[in-house]
Design a protein around this ligand. Sequence first.
Ligand code: ADP
Length: 204
Amino acid sequence: MTRLLLIGPPGAGKGTQAERLSEAFAVPAVSTGDIFRYNVKNDTELGLQVKAFMDAGAYVPDSLTNAIVSDRLQQEDAVDGFLLDGYPRTQDQVHELDRLLEADNGALDAVVLIVADTEEVVARLLKRAAEQGRADDTADVIRHRLAVYEEQTAPLIDIYSSRGLVVTVDGLGAVDEVTGRILDALAERGLSVPVASGDAASAS
Ligand code: ADP
């Protein structure tokens, strides 16, 4: 039963690391950004509601975001643990997550903070823009997303630090290196990757 959060500025590499950590800990990675993008792409009701916010690099309203996460965490595969990528991002979302976990008698194991300096993340996002053409990866929107992160999400680090949950990892360097750093930092807190999962996978 592992419950992790990933926090970090846009472009810090949360999504990439989330995939790897979810595999390592055998828990689902839940990315609000991915859920929203999927809905926009498929023209769903939710997609229509969130598209303008996302394109502008603004946060989707808490009421909508909280409802999506509440729903997702009640699905079968998330009952035994999860890795949340990109949620919570506001104080209101922190309170909602607290409420959800309390109802479930659960607590978070750790909050992984991936740090990367602004120049580096802007360069990465512009590169991704060229490769993938994400609508919110233009220079202006990137700047706005970083400002919103600083204003709304960076303060959450203090909240989780005061609970003794934050593990800070340098997001600079090769993807494998960063994954290694995160796994080491979590192991130091007593959160080791389940050994049996690798064995089971190779046995089957
Ligand atoms: P990044 O971390 O690079 O901004 P994400 O995929 O995590 O990328 O998020 C993309 C966009 O999705 C955000 O700019 C925002 O519009 C929306 N979004 C994702 N997660 C949240 C959240 N927890 N609260 C509000 N909006 C969110």
